[in-house]
Design a protein around this ligand. Structure first.
Ligand code: CAA
Ligand code: NAI
Length: 246
């Protein structure tokens, strides 16, 4: 019960890595709000989590919308009375070779992957500061650390997440708020599974462990950073990528 009596908001919690994190956090005793814009999938997930009724709730949220981010935070406070952990996990890809990438593809990715993290954290911070504690976990990516073919927009967004993480760590440490990031490698979720087989094969071949991550591999890293075990880990980017570059 590493998260007993803690309340977490997990954005993008209706699918993939976020969903695994919802399950993992609940197993460890947390109360969880799933903030995701996919209402059907979010409500379906809550209805499936029968062992945890009363400790999990869904709030339809588009994190790129400031008012909806504020509403998700207000919903969490009304439902569970506090917020201890914010996992900024929601993210999208709009891949294209740079010469073909449109401004719209660039903006969509920036709006969700960068501004979404900004809005959710901005909305939760007054409460965390007043409380004098809190753990913020942001989701970057191997693409944000090393770059990737076809991902100018996405790699820029995930590098921005690292920049925000380190800046917030510097600003917020003295207020008792810890800020870290996880940089997952290629993970078997709908985001990757929609890629052509050949490209998934190329991705796997550069991984030292020779397999994609399971969503739970990444959720376990979120769990560590959210738990008391990581109380002195701050401003860190935890690479969970099976050894892509060493
Ligand atoms: N490495 C090296 N070369 C690559 C490459 C790669 N990863 N991906 C594509 N190329 C090459 C192609 O082989 C091709 O070369 P030639 O012109 O010599 O034939 C050239 O780049 C153009 O590729 P396409 O023919 O595929 O171009 P397209 O316009 O049809 O599609 C694309 C472009 C949409 C970017 C497609 O190549 C693609 O989907 N690439 C993979 C992008 C990717 O890795 N996305 C990761 C998604 S998972 C994720 O994002 C999670 C995370 O955090 C990591
Ligand atoms: P996924 O596509 O399976 O799930 C993403 C979830 O985010 C979905 O439930 C979707 O509805 C939600 N979402 C998208 N836009 C949203 C918005 N504006 N507001 C609220 N929710 C929104 O993706 P996956 O793979 O689980 O990715 C989770 C995070 O991990 C993302 O930030 C992604 O960039 C990152 N990541 C994923 C990797 C992978 O290989 N799958 C590798 C590295 C990072």
């Amino acid at each position: 019960m590493r998260l007993k009596d803690k309340t977490a908001i997990i954005t993008g919690g209706a699918s993939g890595i976020g969903r695994a994190a919802v399950e993992r956090f609940l197993e460890e005793g947390a109360r969880v709000v799933i903030a995701d814009y996919n209402q059907d999938q979010g409500e379906q997930l809550v209805s499936e989590l029968t062992d945890h009724q009363g400790r999990v709730a869904f709030c339809q949220t588009d994190v790129s919308n400031e008012a909806q981010a504020k509403a998700a935070v207000a919903f969490t406070l009304e439902t569970f009375g506090r917020i201890d952990i914010l996992v900024n996990n929601a993210g999208i890809t709009r891949d294209a070779m740079f010469t073909k990438m449109t401004e719209d593809q660039f903006d969509q990715v920036m709006d969700i992957n960068v501004k979404g993290v900004f809005h959710m954290t901005h909305a939760a911070l007054p409460h965390l500061i007043e409380q004098g504690s809190g753990k913020i976990i942001n989701t970057s990516s191997v693409s944000g650390v090393y770059g990737n073919v076809g991902q100018t927009n996405y790699a820029a967004s995930k590098a921005a997440v690292i920049g925000m993480t380190k800046s917030w760590a510097k600003e917020l440490g003295r207020k008792g708020i810890q800020v870290n990031a996880v940089a997952p490698g290629f993970t078997a979720t709908p985001m990757v599974e929609k890629m052509p087989e050949k490209i998934i094969g190329q991705m796997t071949s550069v991984v030292s462990l020779q397999r994609l991550a399971k969503p739970r591999d990444i959720a376990n890293a979120y769990l560590f950073l959210a738990s008391d075990e990581a109380d002195y880990v701050h401003g860190h980017v935890l690479h969970v990528d099976g050894g892509i570059m060493m």
